[in-house]
Ligand binder design. Structure first.
Ligand SMILES: [Zn+2]
Length: 238
């Protein structure tokens, strides 16, 4: 065990690690999953490099655009399927299934409750409202204040950050958040943006130039879909 710990530390030192079994965007921004190439090939998928952070240890973004569920069956995350989903045809974890519909299928949620101004600061409330207005049906739930000392380790402690949940449930992955996160970047001045996080990548207007999400700075693998921001967009405000 001691040796294993040392090995992992040594491997982790130069680059961040990819999050195996978590989402990525394949060719044409289709839904993919970060997998070892052998596992991808075995499931009938195709792999591309560069779409999982650092592509560490032979992990590549695996996607499969054709499977058997009606005329337009394709592999995607269940949150993003507006038709029926069939198991055991797609690479990766159980959340990747063969979807009957080729429609984008993101969201379709009722309007979420906007937090009240108070413990959640006005800048965060206004920001959340702007996102919901710009992306109807795409945000299922909004979280703002977290019970922690302000100032603390998170802007949630001070009511100056929102989590925009954009999949069917917490812990359930989606690829829906990229467009929302890039919209937040493009509206940074109006929103008084401090930084935005989506899909294990962060963008901060004080240090980063405007660029597509896949060029944003990658973050370390924090270990799960929620911590790696594959079920929500995190927005911090000044
Ligand atoms: Zn957050």
């Amino acid at each position: 065990m001691h040796f294993k710990t040392l090995l992992i530390t040594a491997l982790a030192a130069p680059t961040v690690l990819s999050a195996v079994n978590e989402p990525c965007y394949g060719t044409g921004s289709v839904a993919g999953v970060c997998l070892a190439t052998a596992d991808c090939t075995a499931a009938g998928g195709s792999s591309i490099t560069g779409a999982c952070p650092a592509d560490a240890a032979g992990i590549r973004c695996c996607f499969k655009t054709s499977c058997t569920n009606g005329a337009s069956g394709n592999c995607r995350w269940t949150s993003d399927c507006s038709g029926t989903s069939v198991a055991n045809q797609c690479p990766g974890p159980s959340g990747m299934k063969c979807c009957s519909s080729s429609a984008t299928g993101f969201g379709g949620y009722s309007s979420p409750t906007i937090p009240a101004v108070g413990a959640c600061q006005a800048v965060a409330v206004n920001g959340a409202s702007a996102v919901v207005a710009a992306w109807p049906g795409r945000v299922r739930e909004i979280g703002c204040v977290r019970a922690c000392a302000c100032p603390g380790t998170s802007d949630h402690c001070c009511g100056k950050a929102v989590d925009l949940m954009c999949s069917d449930a917490g812990g359930t992955p989606t690829i829906s958040g990229r467009e929302i996160a890039e919209w937040v970047m493009n509206n940074r001045s109006t929103l008084n943006l401090k930084y935005v996080i989506w899909g294990q990548r962060i963008w901060n207007p004080s240090v980063d130039s405007v660029m597509a999400w896949n060029s944003w700075r990658s973050m370390d693998d924090r270990g799960d879909v929620t911590q790696n921001h594959w079920d929500h967009v995190h927005v911090s405000f000044n």
